[in-house]
Design a protein around this ligand. Structure first.
Ligand SMILES: [Zn+2]
Length: 462
């Protein structure tokens, strides 16, 4: 009895044989009925499923046509995404005056992105980096054009990349009595340094091609900001509301600090055991953290060097960073992040707490953050190509089989295209530049199949 693999192949061979022309009579009208393409394609699918028994693969057919339908953001920003952002920056400089429609901002402009350094740059991270530099390049170009037309000289534009060196190191976490503890990258130097050269390489290429300078920062730079003690103090005072708002799962503020005992570095991940001592009008409060081995340790918000030890989970960090940006009257800040953070995430975890903060304190009145969202790269089902799954579970092994392994990380992209001139990243960079030039493309996702054609095969039906 034949195996199912052999049966599937035989079935396809029979179907394909009906398509073969008779070499003796190449132009003779066929006596056969017209080919049944539906059966043939279904048979190809069966063969692909049986071809590699240990990794059954599915086939997806498409016509190679690319559509960028309008709607929502794609419709609103169809013609231009640079001018609306520049206009918003300009008006941030004069919040009490009549809105200004033309001219250049005067304050230096930073375009930001962040990353967790837990693998060689993932395709999603590379896309975000490309958008950061492409947008910085675009707003600088627009301001230079304004200056050439008689406007003010433009301010400097720079990219700032922040390493989330407080992200958890794989296999360094532990759960005790239902409480999660982790060790952060900055407390495990070998882990932190492992992929740093890859990040530097990608950033250097993008800076070179765009002509936009960049600098890098780490979490202690964020918490060393002089406004941070007062912002954390505000969060402590509002923790009854902010805890459940920022952490629907645990209801606690995920502000944390690593155990300071040398060689320990354990951090209570969700801040569930934190004890808060509220300050008063004259003095900031403090936070006592819990190490499962060495007991409690305290950070006093009146001591800037102690505040620099603080860490925060993503929503808490997002809020604190946005507050600090809104309070900065010396520079503008534009954030680029993945589209998985758009919508309810930002509305619930960022904009609502910001509105409450502004209402209570009177700070940053009428101001909101400037955020651009990078399109997600999706798999066949429409789910984003997840860095977490790739790093944690070794998912996406099939991508190697399909020839798209280069999209898993920069290291693999470099292997595919060669190390010398960043050719793989350059192809992504050129594609992302097209999105900024035609901004409706920024309001959609791009599939692996699309990137495979554009980046790997230079082959796209338009
Ligand atoms: Zn400890």
């Amino acid at each position: 009895m034949y195996s199912s693999r052999t049966s599937a192949i035989q079935e396809l061979v029979v179907l394909l044989t009906t398509l073969l022309e008779d070499p003796a009579q190449p132009s003779a009208p066929s006596a056969q009925p017209p080919p049944n393409y539906e059966d043939i394609l279904a048979s190809i699918q069966r063969v692909s499923h049986e071809l590699i028994p240990e990794t059954p693969l599915s086939t997806m057919f498409h016509d190679g046509q690319v559509h960028d339908p309008l709607g929502g953001g794609a419709y609103a920003f169809q013609n231009d995404i640079v001018a609306p952002v520049l206009r918003a920056l300009l008006n941030d400089e004069m919040p009490c005056a009549t809105p200004v429609e033309t001219g250049n901002p005067t304050r230096k402009i930073f375009v930001h992105a962040g990353l967790q350094p837990n693998n060689s740059p993932h395709m999603g991270t590379i896309v975000v980096f490309c958008l950061v530099f492409a947008f910085a390049q675009a707003i600088r170009g627009r301001m230079l054009a304004t200056a050439a037309a008689g406007g003010d000289a433009p301010p400097p534009v720079a990219v700032l990349i922040t390493f989330v060196d407080t992200a958890p190191v794989k296999d360094q976490g532990v759960k005790l009595k239902g409480i999660h503890y982790q060790r952060s990258y900055r407390d495990v130097p070998d882990a932190l340094g492992r992929y740093m050269a890859d990040y530097q390489e990608v950033l250097r290429f993008l800076s070179l091609w765009s002509g936009v300078p960049f600098s890098v920062a780490v979490q202690s730079d964020l918490f060393s900001n002089p406004v941070m003690p007062s912002l954390v103090n505000y969060m402590i005072s509002q923790r009854a509301i902010l805890g459940p708002q920022l952490s629907p799962k645990y209801g606690s503020l995920a502000i944390r600090a690593a155990c300071p005992i040398p060689g320990c570095g354990l951090v209570e991940k969700h801040g569930r055991l934190n004890e808060y001592q509220a300050g008063d009008d004259n003095q900031y409060g403090s936070i006592t953290f819990h190490c499962p081995v060495h007991g409690s340790h305290t950070v006093r918000l009146s001591r800037s060097e102690e505040v620099a030890r603080l860490e925060a989970n993503t929503p808490t960090r997002n809020l604190l960073r946005s507050m600090s940006h809104l309070l900065d009257t010396s520079a503008h800040h534009i954030r680029v992040t993945g589209s998985d953070y758009t919508g309810m995430y930002q509305e619930t975890l960022l904009y609502r707490p910001l509105a409450a903060w502004s209402g209570i304190t009177g700070l940053a009145s009428g101001r909101t953050p400037h955020i651009l969202y990078a399109p997600l790269i999706t798999d066949w089902s429409g789910a984003k190509l997840s860095k977490s799954l790739y790093v944690r579970d070794g998912a996406y092994g099939f991508m190697k089989l399909l020839g798209t392994g280069a999209f898993c990380s920069y290291a693999q992209l470099r292997d595919r295209f060669g190390a010398d001139n960043g050719e793989g990243v350059r192809k992504v960079w050129e594609e992302v530049q097209r999105w900024v030039e035609d901004p409706k493309k920024l309001f959609r996702t791009f599939s692996l199949a699309y990137l495979q054609r554009v980046i790997l095969h230079n082959n796209l039906a338009q």
